[in-house]
Design a protein around this ligand. Structure first.
Ligand code: HEM
Length: 88
């Protein structure tokens, strides 16, 4: 994107939980999954289970062999950081 990488707290992540604006965190990186939504082999509903939250565990338990870091690289919006660590 054009805006650079963000530091995203869990409370910020939580606000991006709709199909058109679906963020998730995987292994400390935050992604906007919306453009991938229609291409996910497991469907939209499954993908939306991790929208707005840390999806690391569910992703790993579903398909640990999938390289999401590579697949979603262009969709990366930033890094997950602890609550309270970003002053707005
Ligand atoms: C299948 C990517 C999140 C559930 C797949 C496949 C890919 C993929 C590439 C095909 C794997 C294969 O055939 O070996 C992703 C990416 C995700 C994501 C990049 C990152 C956000 C999730 C989540 C769930 C999920 C959170 C929730 C449970 C599934 C299921 C399948 C699947 C059930 C099997 C579909 C089938 O073969 O019928 N996903 N996935 N995925 N995914 Fe995901």
């Amino acid at each position: 994107g054009t805006m650079g990488l963000l530091r995203v707290m869990p409370s910020m992540l939580k606000q991006h939980n709709t199909i058109d604006d679906a963020w998730t965190a995987l292994n400390g990186k935050v992604y906007n999954m919306s453009s991938y939504m229609d291409y996910h082999p497991g469907g939209v509903k499954e993908l939306m289970r991790v929208a707005g939250r840390d999806g690391t565990k569910l992703f790993a338990s579903t398909h640990a062999w999938v390289n999401a870091e590579f697949m979603l690289d262009a969709c990366m919006v930033g890094f997950l950081v602890p609550e309270g660590s970003v002053k707005n």
